[in-house]
Design a protein around this ligand. Structure first.
Ligand code: ZN
Length: 189
């Protein structure tokens, strides 16, 4: 148990930047959506926990384990993002649980492995949008572009992220198949 706990503590400290993935600036307050179903690669149900912060100007999600080792997604200031983009952030953070990123050592920020993990999570997320909320696709893309631009990412970063999301949406099979492929390639390593 103590080993278990220590591992998460280190992930928690190192990972704060890592899994704080999605942000959106907004002045409008939106209703917060009901979280989607999220079950991780070990069959554990992931809990969504709202963390409103009165000084935050961004909506963000963070995938982690809590101090008891339970898989969780913290939702911060979700009311600042459109419902469509809230769902995408939920799906994206859930994907980090579904493919086991949460339990892996954290790759260095902006390393190839880090960017690959983000691309995988984006891909799963947009496939779930296609499966569960397809009519919001355009709003999700708009939300991504707005958020990345507002945060100050260079246009090339935004373009490559959108390109990945688009490619997954247009060309990939189901989210379940994609997740299975990722898990298989991890087992083969
Ligand atoms: Zn992420």
């Amino acid at each position: 148990m103590s080993l278990f706990h220590r591992k998460y503590l280190s992930i928690g400290l190192g990972g704060l930047g890592l899994i704080l993935c999605e942000v959106a600036f907004a002045e409008i307050i939106y209703p917060v959506v009901t979280p989607p179903v999220c079950i991780n690669n070990l069959g554990e149900t992931v809990s969504f926990i709202s963390r409103p912060t009165n000084r935050s100007q961004v909506a963000a999600g963070m995938a982690n384990r809590d101090s008891d080792g339970n898989p969780v997604i913290y939702r911060v200031s979700y009311e600042l993002a459109t419902p469509a983009f809230q769902k995408f952030v939920d799906f994206h953070e859930c994907a980090h649980h579904q493919v086991g990123h949460v339990d892996q050592p954290h790759p260095p920020r902006n390393s190839y492995d880090h960017l690959m993990n983000e691309s995988i999570a984006d891909c799963v997320a947009i496939l779930r949008v296609r499966e569960e909320d397809n009519e919001s696709y355009r709003l999700v893309i708009d939300g991504l572009v707005d958020a990345m631009t507002a945060i100050g990412f260079p246009k090339t970063s935004t373009d490559s992220r959108i390109s990945n999301v688009n490619n997954c949406y247009e060309n990939y099979g189901s989210s379940a198949e994609f997740i299975e492929g990722v898990l298989n390639s991890e087992r083969a390593r």
